[in-house]
Design a protein around this ligand. Structure first.
Ligand code: FES
Length: 142
């Protein structure tokens, strides 16, 4: 192998390795922090510490109770809402991409209010009541 070819191959390998952390950082861009929360025994309430909203206005909550994750969003007025991340077209999982909730199955998109912004879905996302109680965001999934 010529010296020039050796250097070119080495540089390409280094560039590829350097790109991996950068791609990982982009992947996390615009996505909510993800946590797992289960309701206390005999309760339909999910309790999410308000500190989880310190760096972002949304938290993705995994709970066995629902079968799909929730996106709990802090509104500009300080109130909270909880959206089921299940597409209303045919039940595909939704992924947050900035201010858009995207379904990879057929391309539907929803805003962070749960409203359809791009079909084929026609119905808004299912939502659950959320309120602040004792320093926690309480979501009623009952
Ligand atoms: S299931 Fe989401 S667009 Fe069809």
């Amino acid at each position: 192998m010529e010296r020039r070819d050796f250097l070119l191959t080495g540089c390409r390998a280094c560039a590829a390795l350097a790109a991996i952390p950068a791609l990982a950082a982009l992947e996390g861009c615009g996505s909510a922090k993800a946590i797992t929360v289960e309701p206390p025994p005999g309760s339909n309430m999910l309790n999410i510490p308000m500190t989880d909203f310190a760096e972002q206005n949304a938290v993705r909550v995994n709970t066995k109770e629902l079968g799909s994750d929730l996106l709990v969003v802090k509104e500009a007025d300080g109130s909270y809402k909880a959206l089921l991340l299940k597409c209303t077209h045919k039940g595909g999982p939704l992924k947050q991409e900035g201010q858009v909730l995207h379904c990879a199955w057929h391309g539907s998109e929803f805003d962070l209010e749960g409203q359809v912004t791009n079909g084929p879905a026609t119905s808004p996302l299912k939502s659950f009541p959320a309120s602040v109680v004792n320093g926690q965001v309480q979501v009623n999934i009952g």
